[in-house]
Design a protein around this ligand. Structure first.
Ligand code: SF4
Ligand code: SF4
Length: 350
């Protein structure tokens, strides 16, 4: 690990230089807030932001992705044989992502890149990407990342972590990918390691002090799965839900998708689209049977997956990084912090 000081006056020039090697993504403001977008030539990441409406997940997992294609033209030798669609694997860098979003990618990786199965679309995009994070000096009111396995200066999943020091950025370079990105920007002013670590410590402590909300997760692992599943609070939790799916789309750790074949004249394409476990269509079988037919079943599934099934399966904490997006965006104020605390405190009455 090494530390580099970047004078903000040199920032724009360095980022522009990196375009020779990288496709760039970063926070950009539009009328609905900040989004992580492809940075066209001349557009710099807007680093003066608190949290993006959507996370970085679409850089690796687009809302709609072409997976396979074939021709139906029987005069072609390879008709009806599915071939993998070309995906863009040129090097890319996402600049200014928040630490909890990088941590979320590590959790998603547990599902997309397992010893038994590797999702080639997600993994290829992951391998092509360098993650340049930006520590959170002033966490927002919905941030509960410190109790959800992350934090405002957590460096899990990052290649570089930047700390905003007013006139400059202090960069903690964590991986070879991070080093290559800094070299492409020609950011090379090495900072003293001991002093830099101390500065990061100070910023981290200050930021963590400002996080007012948290979740209790310490007892979730020991709970009996079926007892939690049958707990009496699920109807109340689900009562006001309108199944809009917003909580899942904004969530950096939600990965559900649906696969469809689309045919146009003599060509056929297989695509996948983001989907949501909050919709009844997600689990409806071709027979018409739906194993999660009621709202309570779907809401319970979302929370059980994030806070119990994932924890039991991978033993890597909960499938939530405490970004607070779902709390902020839910139109009926369903709050994962309350649900998590209820699950953690639940004791079956005999
Ligand atoms: S469940 Fe909510 S708070 Fe947790 S990572 Fe997803 S959007 Fe963020
Ligand atoms: S955002 Fe709220 S209302 Fe919409 S599906 Fe999620 S919990 Fe239900």
């Amino acid at each position: 690990m090494k530390f580099i000081t970047i004078d903000k006056k040199e920032w724009a020039k360095g980022i522009e230089r990196s375009r020779e090697t990288y496709q760039l993504f970063g926070p950009v403001k539009d009328k609905n807030g900040f989004f992580i977008k492809n940075l066209e030539n001349g557009i710099l990441p807007d680093m003066d932001y608190s949290s993006s409406v959507m996370s970085v997940k679409s850089v690796l997992f687009p809302q709609t992705e072409r997976m396979l294609f074939t021709t139906l033209d029987e005069s072609q030798e390879d008709h009806h044989i599915m071939k993998r669609a070309q995906t863009d694997t040129t090097p890319r860098a996402v600049i200014g992502i928040r630490p909890y979003d990088a941590k979320a990618i590590e959790l998603v990786k547990l599902n997309f890149d397992t010893p038994e199965y590797r999702d080639p679309y997600w993994c290829d995009a992951y391998e092509a990407t360098t993650f340049v994070g930006l520590g959170i000096n002033r966490p927002g009111p919905f941030d509960f990342s410190t109790s959800a396995g992350s934090g405002p200066f957590c460096d899990d999943g990052l290649d570089v972590l930047l700390a905003d020091m007013d006139d400059n950025y202090l960069a903690k370079v964590l991986t070879d990918k991070g080093e290559a990105f800094m070299a492409a920007c020609t950011f090379d002013a090495i900072a003293d390691e001991k002093e830099s670590k101390a500065l990061f410590d100070i910023l981290q402590k200050q930021a963590e002090k400002n996080i007012a909300s948290h979740v209790d997760t310490d007892k979730l692992k020991e709970k009996t799965l079926l007892e939690l599943h049958e707990a009496p609070f699920w109807d109340d939790v689900a009562f006001s839900c309108i199944n809009c799916g917003t909580c899942t789309f904004v969530c950096p750790t939600c990965w559900c998708f649906d696969i469809q074949d689309e045919t146009k004249r003599k060509s056929s394409t297989r695509i996948r689209n983001w989907d949501t476990c909050m919709s009844p269509l997600f689990t409806r079988h071709a027979t018409g049977h739906n194993p999660r037919d009621t709202k309570t079943q779907r809401v319970r599934q979302r929370f059980m997956h994030k806070l119990k099934y994932f924890l039991d399966k991978y033993d890597q904490g909960i499938m939530c990084v405490g970004c607070g997006r779902c709390v902020k965006s839910c139109p009926v104020n369903i709050d994962i912090r309350n649900v998590c605390n209820m699950m953690n405190a639940f004791e079956k009455q005999n």
